[in-house]
Design a protein around this ligand. Structure first.
Ligand SMILES: [Zn+2]
Length: 238
């Protein structure tokens, strides 16, 4: 779905969860932010083509963080492209995305608590998804693509979670730092957030940006005075 010229929300979902990677375009860049769950490549191909481009044209993938529902098609998109794809993520997430470290939600303790079948399927899914991060980003950095993409390190959900502020659109790509539930912007999901306190603390940083639109990976778009709402979320958690 194109929400503004060059800014598209890719709508993915299964029976349990909805997911919204972002596709942003300018003359030189076709950038995908986050990549869905493993085995959703067909759906991504279809959705990307609605924006008038081919998945083979993607030349950058930005990841908000390491979780499987965000990196799921990273390796398969790279495999299906002739382009060199630059893969960007916050420096603290890189070792997890590449598999140099076990992903946090697949720590030995977490894996041991799963049935053998679930454990094997998780490991298999991760191995199919992982790929090298070729460029690390840091808090406060602006990427010179698509009108300027500002990196906001928002630890909490994971240590290297990052949000991205798209200057041209005054839109915040929130990843899992917040969610939209029943049309309402809410904080990080406590079930999946490593450090809730830190996650809420990170939201304070967002108040420094001129945000008119928030796009959450789970739940999609929120435009009803988002900064006031972010402040409300911070205050209710303090
Ligand atoms: Zn997620």
């Amino acid at each position: 779905m194109e929400i503004s010229k060059g800014l598209n929300i890719i709508e993915l979902g299964n029976d349990k969860i909805n997911m919204n990677p972002i596709l942003i375009l300018d003359e030189e860049n076709i950038i995908l932010i986050d990549t869905g769950l493993p085995d959703q490549l067909g759906k991504i191909v279809e959705e990307v083509s609605k924006a008038g481009v081919s998945i083979k044209d993607i030349n950058k993938i930005i990841l908000t963080h390491q979780d499987l529902d965000h990196i799921g098609n990273l390796a398969s998109i790279i495999k299906n492209t002739e382009n060199y794809i630059e893969v960007l993520a916050h420096v603290d997430e890189k070792p997890y995305i590449q598999g140099d470290k076990s992903p946090i939600k697949m720590s030995p303790e977490k894996l041991n608590a799963m049935s053998e079948e679930e454990r094997n399927s998780r490991i298999d899914m991760f191995n199919k998804s992982k790929a090298n991060v070729t460029k690390t980003v840091e808090d406060g950095e602006t990427l010179d693509y698509c009108g300027g993409i500002e990196v906001i390190h928002t630890p909490g959900h994971t240590p290297g979670h990052a949000c991205f502020f798209l200057r041209r659109y005054k839109a915040l790509v929130a990843g899992d730092a917040m969610n939209v539930m029943d049309g309402k912007l809410v904080g990080p999901n406590p079930i999946f957030t490593l450090d809730m306190k830190q996650g809420i603390e990170s939201l304070k940083k967002l108040l420094n940006y001129d945000i008119e639109t928030v796009i959450c990976y789970h739940g999609g778009i929120f435009i009803d005075r988002p900064k006031e709402r972010i402040l409300e979320i911070i205050n209710t958690h303090n």
